[in-house]
Design a binder for this molecule. Structure first.
Ligand code: SF4
Length: 330
């Protein structure tokens, strides 16, 4: 029997289901016929009205643990959640907040598909008038986050297959599957040698590393450089000469914009580094394990404190930092 999927579309652009419809090997039809039983998915199902809602009622009235709940979109919490009503139940609006909480309580697994569901994303960007929150902020159950704006079809389908065949995949601190989000974009970028050698593009379309044009690859965990996009895995942003904007990151979009301004480690007071030292500098930060929180740390001054402490040690990283950082950091 194929495992049941209940797919709720909440506060979102529907980009994640559109991305899944671009899946190949297997494609969406094969997925729906051979692997999963999509009991409720509003974008592709033919039923409307009360008939369409029957699978949700059956899920709520059935035994626990019989389906995987996939949520696409974040959850508005302002105005009792009435900024996102997914249906009317007994004549009353049924908010996304209520639906997600009720359905998550009986789900075998809860999966957040896309950055909005996983971390808030664009639909929770400042000033966030709907009070939108990620799924994990409104349910007590564990939520497996599969981010991306949109989510890559392989990331989502692969996570669902893993849940069914092997159980929960190994997750990182943000509950993202390590098989897809274990390394940064920068780690596997084919332009990494340009970064290390200080060959930086000065405008989109030029060869060279796109760091100075705002590339967020150094702080974004995803396997885009090796997996690639566009159905048949043909290209990805840096391959098309445009910087990674960090769409799979928890900080996206507010913490990573303006998208075409480089990260603050490149020329952030009191740190002023030449381009050819930037690679070594970021390598040192990565070794310290603070790369992912670079923006926030610099903004609050915590990065400077961390670096000051780190360079007093005897490790290779400390020696690199002593050479790189100006004395006036102290
Ligand atoms: S900064 Fe961006 S373009 Fe440059 S090497 Fe890293 S991921 Fe690639």
């Amino acid at each position: 029997m194929r495992p049941k999927i209940i797919w709720l579309t909440t506060n979102s652009c529907a980009g994640d289901i559109l991305s899944l419809l671009n899946a190949r090997h297997p494609n969406f039809c094969q997925m729906a016929e051979d692997y999963f039983d999509f009991r409720f998915e509003p974008f592709t199902m033919a039923a409307e009205g009360d008939l369409a809602l029957e699978p949700l009622a059956a899920a709520l009235n059935g035994a626990a643990g019989e389906y995987i709940l996939v949520v696409e979109g974040n959850i508005p919490t302002a105005a009792q959640g009435r900024y996102c009503v997914i249906a009317y139940r007994a004549g009353q609006p049924w908010t996304a907040l209520e639906a997600v909480q009720e359905l998550a309580a009986k789900a075998r697994y809860v999966v957040a598909a896309g950055t909005c569901a996983a971390f808030g994303g664009p639909y929770a960007a400042h000033p966030n008038p709907t009070g939108a929150k990620p799924v994990s902020a409104v349910v007590p159950q564990k939520v497996i986050n599969v981010p991306g704006c949109p989510v890559h079809p392989d990331w989502l389908a692969g996570t669902l297959y893993h849940l069914v065949a092997h159980g929960e995949p190994e997750l990182d601190a943000y509950n993202r599957p390590l098989i897809y989000f274990g390394e940064t974009v920068h780690d596997r970028c084919p332009r990494r040698a340009d970064f290390e050698n200080g060959n930086f593009a000065s405008q989109p379309g030029e060869p060279g590393c796109l760091y100075r044009l705002g590339c967020k690859g150094p702080v974004t965990h995803a396997d885009c450089p090796v997996r690639q996009w566009c159905g048949e895995h043909t290209n990805w942003p840096v391959g098309a000469n445009t910087p990674c904007i960090g769409c799979a990151s928890p900080e996206f979009p507010d913490g990573l914009s303006p998208f075409f301004e480089h990260l603050p480690d490149f020329k952030a007071p009191p740190l002023r580094l030449s381009a050819d030292r930037a690679g070594l500098f970021t390598g040192a930060l990565t070794a310290l394990g603070i790369g992912a929180h670079l923006t926030a740390n610099i903004a609050t001054g915590r990065l400077a404190q961390t670096l000051k402490k780190a360079r007093k040690g005897k490790t290779r990283t400390a020696r690199a930092l002593r050479k790189l950082l100006p004395r006036r950091l102290d």
